[in-house]
Design a protein around this ligand. Structure first.
Ligand SMILES: Nc1nc2c(c(=O)[nH]1)N[C@H]1C(S)=C(S)[C@@H](COP(=O)(O)O)O[C@H]1N2
Ligand SMILES: [Mo]
Length: 311
């Protein structure tokens, strides 16, 4: 059970740092649970300062173990367990993001600079992979719109293009050609500016594990997971629809929009239902919702578009 706290008073605001750290370890241990300590919520434990968000789902988050050991991150291998095994080799500090194209203030932005003055929020979102499995992940991040507004979007910009780091020395998957590296994705500008669209820097209150896309990754909860590009080093505002890795690799199977839609099957499998990771071998299957359950917030973005088509 997650115990709701006042959003602006933090455990470590009222606790000396050393006590905080040792309590934090205690909280994470089975001892705390066995002793019946009532601080079981993820928001209590972690290094990052953040506020809870009304945009979070009340679905039960997956365990940290599932979230960090069942991943798609082809730069570290195509197996679900490869990223957990291999991603420790990635150097995430120093890190910078090149922001350019149709923006007022293009440049190479250090991660510290990007994170300065942002207010981090916890966003507990469903993640629906196009492969018909899903999870619930308590991300820590901030709206992509905040960053785009800071660098200033110039008139004429219609899309946002994203690129993952290209560094084959540290990313064994990039030494093969499973994908056309670097991994690239894109959003329409209104999708990028939507309040549900975040850049995540953490999960479960701590900085992002490498296998989840450290130090900065996109999360777009109403689209298939492949849109949520990891370990971003480049953001470009463009007039033309940008290159998107899976869409370009196999456009008959993966659209540019890639909105979760239970009524449009993948050519090789049904999208009507999904397997919730961690929910048990037999109990884990559940119906997939239109826009992954975010239709009330996002359906208006696509009025007039044929949702049955793979855009
Ligand atoms: N750079 C990069 N980003 C990526 C991927 C990838 O292979 N490389 N896989 C995508 C897919 S298919 C999914 S489902 C999600 C998985 O995110 P998670 O491992 O944090 O759950 O990351 C997406 N982002
Ligand atoms: Mo995915």
């Amino acid at each position: 059970m997650i115990i709701k706290r006042t959003p602006d008073l933090k455990w470590h605001d009222v606790t000396p740092h050393n006590v905080y750290l040792s309590r934090r370890q205690l909280l994470r241990s089975a001892v705390a649970t066995a002793a019946g300590i009532a601080f079981a919520g993820p928001a209590m434990a972690g290094m990052l300062d953040y506020r809870e968000s009304p945009l979070s789902t009340s679905d039960k988050p997956n365990d940290l173990e599932d979230i960090t050991h069942y991943n798609n991150f082809y730069e570290f291998g195509t197996g679900k367990e490869d990223p957990a095994r291999n991603a420790h080799t990635l150097t995430t500090d120093p890190w910078s993001v090149e922001i350019g194209g149709l923006v007022e203030k293009p440049g190479q932005y250090g991660l510290e600079d990007i994170l300065k003055n942002v207010s981090l929020e916890e966003r507990i979102y469903r993640l629906r992979c196009v492969e018909a499995w899903s999870m619930v992940i308590p991300w820590i991040g901030f709206p992509l719109a905040d960053l785009l507004n800071r660098v200033g979007v110039r008139p004429g910009a219609k899309y946002v293009a994203f690129e993952t780091l290209l560094r084959p020395e540290e990313m064994p998957g990039q030494r093969g050609n499973a994908l056309n590296w670097p991994y690239r994705e894109g959003l329409r500008l209104d999708e990028a500016m939507h309040p549900l669209t975040i850049l995540a820097t953490g999960l479960y209150g701590d900085p992002l594990p490498n296998q989840n896309g450290a130090p900065l990754r996109l999360v777009v909860p109403w689209k298939y997971g492949f849109k949520s590009i990891k370990s971003i080093v480049k953001i470009t505002l463009t007039e033309e629809m940008p290159y998107a890795t899976w869409n370009q690799l196999q456009s008959s199977e993966y659209g540019f929009y890639a909105n979760v839609n239970p009524e449009v099957d993948h050519p090789r499998w049904s999208q009507a239902s999904e397997r919730r990771i961690g929910a048990g071998l037999f109990g884990g299957r559940q119906p997939t919702k239109m826009f992954n359950g975010y239709a009330d917030q996002v359906a208006h973005l696509y009025s007039g578009m044929d949702l049955r088509k793979l855009y």
